[in-house]
Write a protein that binds this ligand. Structure first.
Ligand code: NDP
Ligand code: MG
Length: 386
């Protein structure tokens, strides 16, 4: 029998790679797809995959798609509320959440409460509300399989291990396009430069985050919650070749690493077929192609975002939600040429220092924190733009 799947954020970088894998496979039936505004791509996905339902979260885009596809068998719906309703369908067993940013949060919570298996690419939701999400997942016995490559690596290294024997988890970072830039050169960074990642081809937000190393900061927080780790068990190492996707060091001194091509289809494929390892033919890896694997300390002064993420994690409470929300606004402003790249950490730090802190926030407080931080970050940009 086919397994029903929902792909949220189907038109994005991760979503489209998942669709590419699903096109080769008969074991899944596509029940639900979502996108925000890229309805021309969604129209193609409808023609090719004939999903039962599609939800679009931007109104004008929805109106267009509805008119285009009103006579097709796919039901076209509008708005987040309909994503939440559709997820509940008993036909859906797995939900792949590849929405970017904090909009992934409510669908993630709904998937957990509906006891689905979750394939999670989105990281901002775990950064914002990791404790709450993991508690809910335990309560509803919903499995979360990470798609983020570092977390998929850690997950694989931990199979068959006792988590009490973890000494440290070391996330690898390519270092992004500006690894060797001076502080002066950092001042000249344009959106086109930041979007041109040397190894990974990704969506815009995660590309900018990778260039500023905020991505690694967010991933540290993501790992803290996914694997129930303490701050002192988390570290980052720069590894420009991106062959090793992360390490786990155990108390007996042994170190496990997961190695593979820098190809997001691999962790997506792993999550789709877990616990099996299904044969694939799209990506191979030979150590001979990597005669040199190098590692170096991450420079937390030059890449201040990384230091700020560790600080937010140390504070916990709503601090990571503030970090993530301020960064969201800073990245958007940078992409719109309204805020320079090198000042992204300044805005994030300002919000961490000035926004009200709550040690044990509930969901409502986290949502309020995020909304308020979005507004205050925008106001800060307006006031402090040079
Ligand atoms: P993209 O920007 O490429 O795609 C994002 C998807 O989310 C699109 O389908 C987009 O729809 C949809 N979306 C955008 N805004 C909203 C909204 N307000 N409400 C609902 N849906 C929305 O992102 P990526 O695929 O690169 O990343 C997705 C997530 O996965 C991120 O959290 C990222 O950090 C994480 N990730 C990505 C990796 C990668 O290689 N790309 C690697 C590891 C993690 P539309 O196209 O219509 O705008
Ligand atoms: Mg990653």
């Amino acid at each position: 029998m086919k397994k029903g799947i929902a792909i949220l954020g189907a038109t994005g970088s991760i979503g489209m790679q998942a669709m590419e894998l699903l096109a080769l496979d008969q074991s899944y039936s596509i029940e639900l797809l979502s996108c925000h505004s890229n309805v021309s791509t969604m129209a193609l996905l409808i023609d090719r995959f004939k999903p039962k339902q599609v939800v679009v979260t931007e109104k004008k885009a929805y109106d267009w798609l509805y008119r285009q596809k009103m006579n097709s068998k796919t039901q076209i719906l509008f708005g987040e509320e309909n994503i939440l309703k559709a997820i509940e369908s008993p036909e859906i067993q797995s939900v792949l959440n590849a929405i970017v940013g904090f909009s992934a949060l409510k669908p993630l919570i709904q998937s957990i409460k509906s006891r689905k298996q979750i394939l999670l690419a989105n990281k901002e939701s775990l950064v914002m509300a990791g404790e709450l999400i993991m508690n809910l997942a335990a309560e509803y016995k919903s499995t979360i399989l990470p798609i983020d490559s570092e977390h998929s690596a850690i997950f694989q290294c931990l199979l068959g291990e006792d988590n009490a024997a973890i000494e440290k988890v070391i996330l690898t970072a390519s270092g992004g396009p500006f690894l060797n830039f001076s502080s002066e050169e950092m001042k000249q960074v344009s959106p086109a430069m930041a979007l041109n990642h040397p190894i990974w081809k990704m969506g815009k937000k995660v590309s900018v985050d990778s260039a500023s190393l905020m991505n690694k900061g967010l991933e540290i927080i993501e790992a803290r919650w996914l694997f129930n780790l303490k701050l002192h068990q988390l570290d980052v190492v720069i590894h420009p070749q991106s062959a090793i996707h992360s390490f786990v060091q155990f108390t007996d001194g042994s170190l496990k690493a997961q190695i593979g091509a820098a190809d997001m289809r691999l962790p997506i494929h792993y999550a789709l077929y877990y616990p099996n390892r299904k044969k694939q033919t799209f990506s191979t890896f030979s150590p001979i192609d990597y005669p040199e694997l190098t590692f170096r300390q991450a420079d937390r002064e030059k890449f201040r975002n990384l230091a700020l993420a560790f600080e937010a994690l140390k504070k916990e409470g709503n601090a990571p939600a503030i970090l993530s929300a301020a960064n969201d606004v800073a990245v958007d402003a940078f992409l719109e040429h309204k805020w320079p790249f090198y000042r992204i950490p300044e805005l994030v730090e300002e919000m961490l220092l000035t926004q009200p802190y709550f040690a044990h926030p509930d969901l409502e407080t986290l949502l309020e924190t995020t909304t308020k931080c979005f507004a205050e970050s925008k106001a800060y940009i307006k006031k402090n733009k040079k």
